[in-house]
Design a protein around this ligand. Structure first.
Ligand code: UDP
Ligand code: MG
Length: 312
């Protein structure tokens, strides 16, 4: 029987884990696959790990990894996927926003020959208009700027075939924008639509600040367009300065010049200063990434590991 591992990153999810596991188990029972579950505790500060240990003790097909600290969801997913030995893996959030009931539909597409089957949400219930707007703006600019198309309204909930997993395992960059990496590897990809539910319990770990950081990370790790932005703004402002300089020259020739021009002088200085700072910021963003990358640090450390008692 083909094997499937469900990877579940969890950070401070003690409120939902039990419910989640019950719902997931029911779905896995219905599949004619050799399934197991791999929880990744991303350095939770509540009793997530003790709940996971209990789940491992109660359910023989459950395994777990505990990271040495909170490394962030992208690293937690990577840790989980690195440990998958099955023929395919599903990544799913533990807060029940990704319905486990969709897994059979993902599996069906995998059996039809697809390597990456991602779940695309049709609605964003329980999310504010502002979050929906910023999300839409992000996907739009991301796809405009980058050569790697990121599917819209797609989270990390997806199924990966063995060769997709092997490909992903070779991408060890630190700036892990997983949605981008998933689509960058290529192979046969397809989508399954579903209705995204509001979070079941607990709170989201993504405030707007972290989301903004993720967006910058997504754009800078998949596109160098912002570097070109500096060039274009430079060319535009130089062009304007030339035209204006010409006007000033003509006026001085015909009318002479008193000590006027202080406001325009300030305007030009401030404008150019702003443009230069912007360009420096953009370069700095890439330089910082380069610096983090060049240290070649491991992506995560494992503190404890539990094998499922019932191995493939
Ligand atoms: N998560 C994680 N590490 C983190 C933050 C989140 O492993 O540092 C997990 C979290 O437990 C959940 C999933 O990633 O299973 C998605 O997190 P969340 O629900 O906060 O994000 P959202 O649904 O708002 O995108
Ligand atoms: Mg969530």
């Amino acid at each position: 029987m083909p094997q499937l591992t469900v990877v579940v990153p969890a950070y401070n999810e003690s409120d939902v884990l039990m419910v989640f596991h019950r719902r997931l188990s029911k779905v896995l029972d219905s599949l004619s696959l050799d399934c197991d579950v791999l929880y990744v505790d991303d350095g939770s500060k509540d009793d997530t790990w003790s709940i996971i240990e209990k789940l491992v003790a109660d359910d023989p097909r459950t395994g777990a990894i505990k990271l040495s600290r909170n490394f962030g969801k992208e690293a937690a997913m990577t840790a989980g996927l690195d440990h998958v030995t099955a023929d395919a893996a599903v990544v799913i959030d533990s807060d029940l926003q990704d319905p486990p009931e969709l897994i059979p539909a993902l599996v069906e597409q995998w059996r039809a020959g697809f390597d990456v089957v991602y779940a695309t949400r049709s609605a964003r219930e329980g999310e504010t208009g502002f979050k929906r707007f910023t999300a839409a703006a992000f996907y739009r600019s991301m796809n405009q700027l980058s050569d790697t198309a990121i599917p819209r309204d797609t989270g990390d909930f997806r199924l990966l075939s063995r060769r997709a997993l092997d490909a992903l395992a070779q991408l060890r960059e630190r700036q892990r924008f997983m949605k981008g990496l998933f689509s960058w590897i290529g192979y046969r990809q397809t989508a399954v639509r579903y209705l995204r539910e509001p979070r079941q319990a607990g709170t989201t770990k993504w405030n707007y600040w972290r989301l903004a950081q993720l967006a910058i990370e997504g754009i800078t790790s998949f596109s160098t367009a912002p570097l070109r932005l500096a060039t274009w703004v430079g060319i535009a402002s130089a062009g304007l300065a030339f035209v204006y300089g010409f006007i000033v020259l003509i006026r001085a020739l015909f009318y002479g010049d008193a000590v006027r021009g202080y406001p325009t002088l300030m305007l030009v200085i401030l404008f150019l200063g702003g443009v230069q700072l912007l360009a420096l910021g953009v370069i700095g963003e890439y330089l910082g990434r380069n610096y983090a990358e060049s240290k070649r640090r491991p992506l995560y450390f494992i503190e404890e590991q539990r094998q499922p008692r019932q191995l493939h």
